[in-house]
Design a binder for this molecule. Structure first.
Ligand code: HEC
Length: 157
C-alpha cells in the first residue's frame, strides 16, 4: 500500500510530462519545405500550398509552448493573462503588412531585421540551447505557420 501511494503520483507526473512534450513533438516530424523570399521582405506563397485556418492559428499564437506570441506582443485576446510589449501590438497588423510580409516575419524575422530579438519560428539552423530531442526541428510546422498567418490576416483596424 505504502509503495502504491508513492508510485501512483509519480506515474501521473510522468504521464503529464509526456503529454506536455508531445506538443513540440508535432513540429518534430516535419522536414522544412522550400520557400522563396522576395526582396528580403515577403514570402508571398503559402508554405503548404493552402490557406491556413485562423481559428487554429489563434490557438497556436496564444499557446505558451507553441507561438507564445503574447510573451512579446499584445493580441485581441482579453481572456489571456499576460501580454508583452517588447514588440508592436498585433491588433491591426493586417492593415500595416501584406500576407507575404506577415509570413516572412513568422518564418524568420531576421530577413526583415537582422538585429531583431523575435525568434524564427520556421527554421532549423542557428537556434541555440535547443534540447537534443528538438534539434533540427522548427518551432512551428508549416501548417501551424499558415494558421497563424491566417489568424493575423483577420486582425485589421
Ligand atoms: C521574444 C519576443 C518576440 C516573440 C516571442 C514574438 N515576437 Fe513578433 N516581434 C518582436 C519584436 C521586437 C518585433 C519588432 C520588429 C522587429 O524586431 O523586427 C516583432 C515584430 C513582429 C511583426 C511585425 C509587426 C509590425 O507591425 O511590423 C509580426 C507580424 C510579428 N512580430 C508576429 C509575431 C508572431 C505571430 C509571434 C508568435 C508566433 C511573435 N511575433 C513572437 C518580438 C517577438
Amino acid at each position: 500500500m505504502k509503495i502504491e501511494r508513492y508510485v501512483l503520483p509519480l506515474l501521473g507526473a510522468v504521464v503529464l510530462a509526456a503529454a506536455g512534450m508531445s506538443v513540440p513533438a508535432n513540429a518534430a516530424a516535419e522536414e522544412l519545405v522550400k520557400f522563396s523570399v522576395v526582396d528580403g521582405q515577403s514570402i508571398p506563397a503559402s508554405l503548404t500550398g493552402k490557406p491556413g485556418d485562423p481559428v487554429k492559428g489563434r490557438e497556436v499564437a496564444i499557446h505558451r509552448k507553441k507561438g507564445n506570441c503574447l510573451a512579446c506582443h499584445t493580441l485581441p485576446a482579453p481572456d489571456q493573462p499576460y501580454h508583452g510589449e517588447v514588440g508592436p501590438g498585433l491588433n491591426g497588423v493586417a492593415s500595416r503588412l501584406s500576407e507575404g510580409e506577415i509570413r516572412l516575419r513568422i518564418v524568420n524575422p531576421k530577413y526583415a531585421n537582422p538585429a531583431t530579438i523575435m525568434p524564427a519560428f520556421y527554421r532549423t539552423e542557428g537556434l541555440h540551447r535547443v534540447a537534443k530531442k528538438f534539434q533540427g526541428k522548427p518551432m512551428l510546422t508549416a501548417e501551424e505557420v499558415e494558421d497563424v498567418v491566417a489568424y493575423l490576416m483577420t486582425l485589421k483596424e
